[in-house]
Design a protein around this ligand. Structure first.
Ligand SMILES: [Zn+2]
Length: 161
């Protein structure tokens, strides 16, 4: 048996991918968005946030480039659509990153609860929950456009699906 290094390849790959930004929301990494599902021997499994997203191809490209640049050109990328990506997979850090970027993160458990899109989004600017949905479609198919009635600022909200 060869000596086990202090940091496994899995941990190194996770650290590399934690620096790969989501192409649509560069403030959040593909790991914190929950796109990276599994890092196992020689394979990274990803689930795109939204199957209709044009960013899906860009996500895979970004991950491929990061792996290649860090000596993991032999690691394969597999895409799985089942189970479908859920907003519940966004990490706590990812939620904070979204808020800091001006996008209201979905409440935890929203995708599994019957609430789905019913709950009011919290304004990322002032924190008020006195908000309304303006449009089901924001700047991308993954986001809905909301407006805060307290500070009148429009903002994107990550769709729960
Ligand atoms: Zn506000």
């Amino acid at each position: 048996m060869s000596a086990v290094s202090a940091i496994s390849d899995t941990d190194r790959i996770r650290a590399i991918l934690a620096r790969v930004p989501d192409p649509e929301i560069p403030a959040v990494s593909v790991v914190d968005l929950g796109i990276v599902r599994e890092i196992a021997a020689g394979t990274v499994t990803i689930t795109p946030t939204y199957t209709g997203c044009p960013a899906t191809i860009a996500i895979e490209q970004s991950i491929r480039e990061a792996l290649d640049a860090n000596g993991f050109a032999n690691v394969a990328i597999e895409t799985t659509l089942s189970p479908p990506w859920s907003t519940d997979w966004i990490s706590d850090k990812g939620r904070e990153d979204l808020r800091a970027y001006g996008i209201a993160p979905p409440p935890k458990g929203a995708a599994t609860a019957s609430l789905k899109n019913q709950t009011a989004a919290e304004c990322p600017q002032c924190g008020s929950s006195n908000t309304e949905e303006l449009s089901r479609f924001g700047s991308t198919p993954c986001k809905a456009l909301w407006r805060c009635k307290a500070c009148a600022e429009p903002f994107d909200r990550f769709k729960c699906h």
